[in-house]
Design a protein around this ligand. Structure first.
Ligand code: N1C
Length: 256
């Protein structure tokens, strides 16, 4: 009897977990845009799942998400692209303006980025389910490969003047292990992209500035040499001021 009860409880927990992740996926997809309908969102989920379902947890590649990326193309203005590294909370505060005031777009402002931000998920060998806990954090995890794949597409889509918000509280604002350094910067291509503008956020704990070798040497070496470069130090308090929805001040925006 105990074995049966135990099995039923486990089955319930697992099926509930599955529902929770896919339901959350679908409901975020529906709330992203009024004209996204349930069947479109379900189709996206189905193609998404195919990337990792039934695979060993640490064996998912960027290419496994190719079908998903092809199915959900970007439609934001490519000349208003905002990249970031180690400024997650601040950059999203800044870009979270009303639709008509939006002057720049991060990956989290696009459909897939919006749905999957702050989510964790994985599959398991021999199972056709999606798990949202007990997922290992490894180089080829379903989550990391998704962000690498989406970030690659996002950077390739960028055009005109691109902005990246980096942190002056980091010794290396251009961290070689970051997604920005590993995946995005090398996919910015002249002549589509004319210029990269670094916004270096300064605050109480400043360990680097625009004169840092990490920016003037390391970052610029990684950047296509035909793309112009500039760097502005902007206090965090200034960015927070610009973030309030009443403000229409765009001087730290994507058009700097
Ligand atoms: O590794 P990072 O920053 O340099 O990645 C940020 C960079 C941005 O420009 C985005 O376009 O790469 C893209 N990106 C996301 O949009 C994103 N949302 C959530 C990369 N990673 C993203 N995440 C999660 O944050 C993901 O789990 C990844 O590992 C972290 C990276 O944050 P970071 O080191 O500050």
């Amino acid at each position: 009897v105990f074995a049966v009860i135990f099995a039923v409880v486990i089955w319930k927990v697992l099926s509930n977990q599955q529902q929770t992740f896919s339901r959350r996926f679908i409901s975020k997809c529906l709330e992203y845009k009024k004209d996204n309908n349930e069947s479109y969102c379900q189709q996206i989920f189905h193609v998404f799942e195919k990337a990792y379902i039934g695979k060993p947890m640490c064996n998912v590649t960027m290419e496994d998400y190719d079908d998903l990326m092809a199915m959900v193309p970007f439609d934001h203005p490519c000349h208003q692209t905002m990249l970031w590294s180690k400024t997650n909370e601040l950059v999203h505060k800044y870009t979270a303006k009303d639709e008509d005031k939006k002057d720049c777009f991060t990956l989290e402002d696009t459909l897939l980025g919006y749905i999957l931000n702050d989510e964790r998920w994985c599959g398991k060998k021999g199972s056709n389910e999606t798990f949202d806990n007990g997922c290992d954090d490894c180089a080829n995890s379903a989550v990391r490969s998704f962000w690498d794949s989406a970030s690659a597409e996002f950077a390739e889509y960028a055009c005109g003047n691109v902005t990246v918000m980096l942190s002056g509280s980091e010794e290396k604002p251009f961290n070689p292990f970051s997604t920005f350094a590993r995946v995005e910067i090398k996919r910015l291509k002249h002549p589509f992209v004319k210029k990269l503008n670094v916004i270096l956020v300064t605050g109480n704990k400043n360990v680097s500035n625009c004169a840092a070798d990490n920016l003037n040497i390391d970052l610029q070496k990684a950047l296509d040499s035909n793309i112009l470069y500039s760097c502005n130090e902007v206090p965090e308090s200034r960015i927070r001021e610009c973030s309030s929805s009443s403000s229409d001040n765009t001087d730290v925006g994507c058009v700097a």
